[in-house]
Design a protein. Structure first.
Length: 708
């Protein structure tokens, strides 16, 4: 038997009657019902006859639950504070709160209300029921009359797409579908938890779910209760109508193919960076909104899907993308955002049919989602098929070329299909990979992987989002917009160039440290130009590098950041002004020297020289470690024994004021954690026992600093 949402034992009627009598002003029933119900479902004690709020429960209900579940009129929203104040008074009157706890609860209410009001108006909390409930109320429809609600939905469905109110600019159908799914799961799980409490630990106030006992199909009963609650807090009959007759007005995740692609791209980003808030480089050029339609219509696969008829071999793919149906309406009358989203759905649906490119002996594979992510992650600059496919072979690309763009103009939207792929010659491969003297055998080892990758790229090219010209491939302008939209839907930070130019210097330096050098340099130049193009702007960036180094020496790639600043043509005058910086002065000095500038080292503090030297010594230590590993792999002793670290240290000590005895403590002070590895290595391997003993002593001091 199905229970009624009205059967929840929250004490709503008695509470409203008490408040009316005590306060002389009726409270709005809808927000009162929502507050009491969600407090009860979250496990609030009900011995006062109503759910008893605590500051923690209150914040959860107001900030997390109701903004997804409740639609209010302006007066109802404004009166929610009165509902909460009356609830606190009612619990106090029942003897369940002393004066001190009552005052604390009232203060918590006042503190929580501003964020509640913000969250209720946040477009990112929009769900389909909340959206349509707000629209029909704005049209003067009685939200409590199911016939009126159904009639409004019927009329809305007949309204031409172009005449319907657009979603808020900040959200897409993807966002609303995801939040709708999350809201339903939230409510259903809360009901299930309440049912479990009723069974395992019933409240002295009685069961919360007061209807007949749930039978074996209690999941269906809980779903029905969730629907009735949803209708009570949005509009009568709305949830069932959006799930059935008017499902096309409220697509769920299953109706949006790029929902899955967004999850794949998010996974790729987390694998690369570990945090969705770390921004990806801005595309060099995004199409204008009014160009999206022409770009999408010119692409072969989208155009074929829009024209697919019954019996057409593309018909299953067309139906997956919403043709015929809502996608056809977007195709002809959609907004730029809707057309971009349709492009994402088509791209994702095509990807569902494409297997990954892998080596049977390796776990690593180049899936289509990975291919798209890496193209965007490199700043949407073109890449090389052979260079990418080499990851599946023993060939190793030179680090200097891994992120290097491959010069090639992207073809126009009406470009013919790519010609059959041919793997470049050994000489061409040597240039592409940065590996000298490659042979025909090397080319043969790479050929199958490169051809398989090219086949995937060519299938993606049919969507209009990817191009391939010979060995070069990349995202088209449409592809940049579509992939950016999908990444944004996954809540990955995807700024455009204009947004990046508005960051402060700290945020800019934090972002570009991860980006390909050319893209990072272009962003730094654009940032400086947007901030006046003066030495002062560049000095802000230099100060941000120093601050980052001070906050986290080990994880700040200071040499790479200075290389990017150099590539961005940072003015010599700004570098000279940075020479006295206690952390980065030596890095500035090195860049000036690389430019042929006659620059004395006197202005550079010893602390900055020690910081740079520490980074250099760590590189030499890793050179030694690689030599030991290579020897161990070959089951032999390294001959001769690697001494890159020892030689670099001795060379530095000869020119350091005071020699090794002062250099070792300076290294430990520059970065105790980073210096520890170097100092311990010197203590273990340095042939001069006096130097080794001093290194061991400095290592102990560094170790004690790390422990603190």
């Amino acid at each position: 038997m199905t229970l009624s949402a009205a059967a929840l034992n929250t004490g709503l009627d008695s509470f409203l009657a008490w408040a009316d009598e005590e306060r002389g002003t009726p409270l709005p029933a809808r927000p009162a019902d929502a507050v009491l119900t969600m407090l009860a479902l979250r496990g609030a004690d009900r011995r006062a006859g109503v759910p008893e709020p605590t500051p923690q429960l209150l914040r959860r209900v107001l900030h997390e639950d109701l903004p997804l579940l409740l639609t209010t009129t302006g007066p109802e929203l404004a009166a929610t504070g009165d509902v909460l104040a009356a609830l606190a008074d009612h619990v106090r009157a029942a003897g369940r709160l002393n004066a001190k706890r009552h005052a604390r609860l009232v203060a918590a209410v006042q503190e929580a209300l501003p964020e509640f009001e913000r969250a209720m108006g946040d477009p990112l909390n929009l769900t389909w029921p909340r959206r349509y409930a707000a629209l029909l109320r704005a049209d003067g429809v009685d939200a409590d009359d199911p016939d009126a609600v159904r009639g409004w939905l019927d009329a809305y469905a007949r309204t031409p797409h172009a005449e319907r109110p657009a979603l808020p600019e900040a959200v897409s159908r993807f966002d609303v579908a995801g939040r709708t799914f999350a809201a339903r799961a939230l409510l259903t799980e809360a009901l299930l938890a309440a049912y479990a409490r009723d069974v395992d630990k019933p409240s002295p106030a009685g069961r919360l779910l007061t209807g007949p006992p749930l039978g074996g199909s209690h999941a269906d009963d809980l779903e029905r209760i969730a629907t009735e609650i949803g209708d009570a807090w949005t509009a009568a009959g709305l949830n069932d109508a959006l799930a059935d007759q008017h499902a096309d007005l409220a697509p769920g995740p299953e109706a949006l193919p790029h929902f899955v692609l967004a999850d794949v791209l998010l996974g790729e980003h987390l694998d690369y960076y570990g945090d969705s808030a770390i921004p990806l480089p801005p595309p060099p050029a995004l199409p204008a909104p009014d160009e999206i339609r022409a770009l999408l219509h010119a692409a072969p696969v989208p155009a074929a899907l829009a024209a697919a008829t019954e019996g057409d071999e593309l018909r299953p793919l067309a139906e997956r993308c919403g043709f015929p149906g809502p996608a056809a309406t977007v195709w002809t009358d959609g907004t730029p955002q809707e057309l971009t989203e349709l492009g994402a759905d088509i791209l994702a649906a095509v990807i569902e049919r494409i297997p990954g490119v892998s080596d049977p002996e390796q776990e690593y594979a180049l899936g289509a989602g990975h291919i798209l992510y890496t193209l965007y992650e490199r700043g949407c600059t073109p890449a090389s098929i052979a260079r990418t496919a080499s990851a599946l072979t023993e060939l190793k690309v030179s680090p200097d070329l891994e992120d290097a763009p491959v010069p090639a103009p992207a073809p126009g939207p009406a470009a013919p299909p790519p010609a059959p792929y041919t793997t470049p010659s050994p000489a061409e491969l040597s240039t592409l990979l940065g590996v000298p003297a490659l042979t025909d055998a090397d080319r043969t080892d790479l050929d199958a992987h490169a051809r398989a990758l090219a086949e995937v790229v060519d299938q993606l090219a049919g969507t209009g989002c990817v191009f391939r010209t010979g060995d070069t491939y990349g995202l088209t302008p449409l592809g940049s917009a579509v992939v950016r939209h999908t990444l944004h839907a996954a809540r990955v930070a995807t700024p455009d160039a204009a947004t990046a130019a508005t960051w402060d210097a700290t945020g800019t330096i934090a972002a570009v440290r991860y980006w390909p050098p050319q893209i990072a340099a272009a962003t730094l130049s654009a940032w400086a130009a947007a901030h006046g193009g003066t030495d002062a702007a560049w000095t802000e960036l230099l100060a941000a590098v120093s601050a980052a180094m001070s906050a986290d020496f080990h994880d700040t790639p200071t040499p790479a950041l200075f290389a990017r600043l150099d590539l961005a043509a940072i003015p010599t005058t700004a570098l000279r002004a940075a020479l006295p910086d206690p952390l980065t002065g030596a890095h500035a000095h090195r860049v000036l020297q690389s430019r042929g500038e006659a620059t004395p080292e006197d202005p550079v503090p010893l602390t900055a020289r020690a910081a740079l030297l520490l980074e250099d010594l760590d590189l030499r230590r890793m050179d030694d470690m690689r030599a030991y590993v290579e020897a161990a792999t070959a089951d032999r002793e390294p001959a001769p024994a690697p001494t890159a670290l020892l030689d670099a240290f001795d060379t530095a000590a000869t020119s350091w004021p005071g020699g090794a005895s002062t250099l070792l403590p300076a290294l430990a002070q520059a970065d105790p954690a980073g210096a520890l590895r170097i100092l311990e290595d010197l203590a273990h391997r340095h042939p001069d026992r006096h130097v080794a003993d001093m290194a061991a002593h400095a290592a102990k001091r560094a170790q004690s600093s790390v422990k603190r």
